[in-house]
Design a protein around this ligand. Structure first.
Ligand code: MG
Length: 439
């Protein structure tokens, strides 16, 4: 029997574990916090209020909405059945497998926005550090919402694993190169091929043998595929919305890159703070607040505080709007989430307007700026030239890719080869190509 005195030493998760009981006794109360508070009052367990997470923001969702982190969870199913681990849950194992994948390590050498040659700075984001920032944001939100934080973490770690070198310019170049062959390049589908086919690290199964929830999340990152266009994806429940843990990743990704690219663009001198403040009301407001709090602080520190404020506001806005939509649509279980008409993870009108303003500004002033366009054009030229060179004679490829070219056709095999490269690896291939051409 719990007593008020013993409650002082009970960890939060045990208090939260009282919830099924509270739900049975107080079904009329709508929020988990209200039910737990009432139950604890009944037992005179007042300290529980201090122990519950997210107390200043009542956003904890019904536990039935989260994907369960257990081997019995249908979404924890793997293509090859494995024995349960003695102390690691299925999604913790997925995080480990992604983290140890070679394709994950290569993200360190892939462009996010700036290539090394552009800034000569070691501080601008690579695709790896961007991924880690998305992971931190996604894990924070999932924990605060009472969702499966390990699943959110695995999905965030894997979300950009299919990106080719040279950022989005590289992705567009590969897609353009494949189109005349009746094929397309899509980084989500490529990511699925990486985790199911290319990563061969385990003796007992192909690929990383990730859970269905993570493979489905890879497919449903940032876009929806129709079964008519992609019959090969039939196993991934295309007629259902993904769990909220997966829905959060797209927006965690946006929050991370919008704020980080703004910072990197200012650091690189391509963006100017005063101009950005004039164009972005959310930045100006946050900067003025920082200035009021720290009137003698250096401008660079005020700018950093302002960027952190924007990031926090977008995260908070997203969680509040998500909670509001869950309540408004009477979503009480994972099945309700999957059958809902639209994705539940979204910004409010004001959050959405800040997001749009940031996107518009960054596209116009940074991503499509002359400084970056020059580098993009060079990346496109390298990828399209090397693609044609290898497709023209696949015997120039390394042996394992030659074998793949004979099975899947040269265009797809060459695209897979290029997509796996880091920026520096393809630069070396470019140098060798030019030397071969000049002799
Ligand atoms: Mg990303």
């Amino acid at each position: 029997m719990l007593t008020p005195a013993s409650m002082h030493t009970i960890p939060t998760r045990l208090i939260v574990s009282l919830h099924p009981r509270a739900k049975t006794i107080y079904p009329q109360l709508s929020s988990r916090r209200a039910r737990l508070t009432r139950l604890c009052r009944f037992h005179r367990l007042h300290v529980v209020r201090r122990s519950l997470p997210s107390m200043q923001l009542d956003i904890q969702l019904d536990p039935e909405i989260a994907v369960h982190d257990s081997d019995n969870e249908p979404l924890a199913r793997r293509e090859t059945t494995e024995a349960p681990h003695p102390y690691r849950t299925p999604f913790v194992r997925d995080c480990g497998r992604i983290l140890h994948a070679r394709a994950f390590r290569r993200l360190a050498g892939k462009t996010q926005v700036f290539t090394r040659s552009q800034t000569e700075s070691d501080h601008s984001r690579s695709r790896l550090t961007h991924t880690l920032e998305v992971t931190q944001i996604a894990r924070t939100m999932a924990t605060a919402l009472g969702l499966n934080a390990h699943l959110a973490e695995a999905l965030a770690l894997v979300h950009d694993i299919g990106h080719p070198p040279f950022g989005h310019a590289g992705e567009r170049a590969l897609d353009a190169a494949l189109t005349p062959h009746g094929l397309r390049f899509d980084h989500n589908l490529h990511a699925l091929r990486i985790v199911t086919v290319f990563e061969q690290r385990h003796a007992g199964f192909h690929g990383l043998n990730l859970t269905l929830a993570v493979r489905e999340g890879i497919i449903k990152h940032s876009r929806d595929y129709s079964l008519a266009d992609h019959p090969e994806l039939a196993d991934y429940l295309l007629d259902q919305l993904p769990p909220i843990e997966a829905q959060l990743i797209d927006l965690a990704d946006e929050i991370a890159y919008l704020t980080a690219d703004l910072e990197d663009g200012l650091e690189a001198g391509i963006l100017q703070l005063n101009h950005a403040r004039r164009e972005l009301p959310c930045l100006d407001r946050a900067f003025c607040e920082a200035e009021r709090k720290h009137p003698s602080a250096a401008e660079r520190l005020l700018r950093n505080d302002a960027l952190k404020t924007i990031l926090n506001r977008l995260v908070t806005d997203l969680m509040l709007e998500l909670s509001r939509r869950v309540a408004a649509n009477r979503i009480r279980s994972l099945a309700d989430v999957r059958a809902a008409r639209t994705r539940l993870a979204a910004f409010s009108n004001s959050g959405e307007s800040d997001r749009q303003a940031l996107r518009t500004f960054l596209y116009r002033e940074l991503y499509e700026s002359p400084e970056l366009e020059t580098e993009h054009s060079r990346g496109v030229e390298i990828i399209s030239t090397l693609f044609a060179y290898w497709v023209d004679d696949p015997s120039r490829l390394p042996a394992d890719h030659v074998a793949r070219a004979s099975h899947e056709g040269a265009p797809r095999a060459v695209a897979d080869y290029i997509a796996g490269m880091t920026d520096s690896y393809i630069e070396q291939a470019w140098i060798r190509f030019r030397q071969a051409k000049s002799t």
